[in-house]
Design a protein around this ligand. Structure first.
Ligand SMILES: [Zn+2]
Ligand SMILES: [Zn+2]
Length: 136
């Protein structure tokens, strides 16, 4: 419950590739790696259309999730990874459906609250209202 609550009050951010500035995700959420709280990441729940899976599945030594790198379609640089097969630990500890992760070295985040393209983003700033169309 606590995790869910925090999650709902996070801001939605737009992510751009750090290498070519191409927009890669408009439903990003700042996240922490459960296994290592010092690592900051951005995550999303929808397969981003501007990235592609590269290479083969691998595991880190932190848990048994199977992950695969994702690269920017425009410049080809690896900017994050996709959890292709979440492990039981991760599924149970924070099952928020966010299986696409962007590394801070790979992307630049912009807060939706900063007014960029207001009509496009609207009141869609918090995850709790991201799917509702609220008036300003
Ligand atoms: Zn895991
Ligand atoms: Zn790029």
């Amino acid at each position: 419950m606590a995790i869910n609550d925090q999650f709902r009050h996070k801001t939605v951010c737009m992510l751009s590739c750090r290498f070519c500035s191409m927009h890669v995700c408009k439903r990003g959420m700042k996240a922490m790696l459960l296994a290592d709280m010092t690592v900051e990441l951005y995550s999303t729940d929808i397969p981003p259309s501007s990235v592609q899976l590269v290479g083969t599945d691998y595991k880190t030594n932190m848990c048994s999730c199977k992950i695969r790198d994702i690269a920017c379609l425009t410049c080809g640089n690896a900017i994050g990874y996709h959890i292709t097969m979440p492990c039981q630990v991760c599924l149970h500890s924070c099952n928020n459906g966010h299986f696409w992760m962007f590394r801070t070295e790979g992307v630049v985040a912009a807060d939706r609250l900063n007014g960029i393209g207001k009509s496009e983003w609207g009141a869609d700033c918090l995850w709790s209202s991201a799917s509702a169309s609220l008036p300003d």
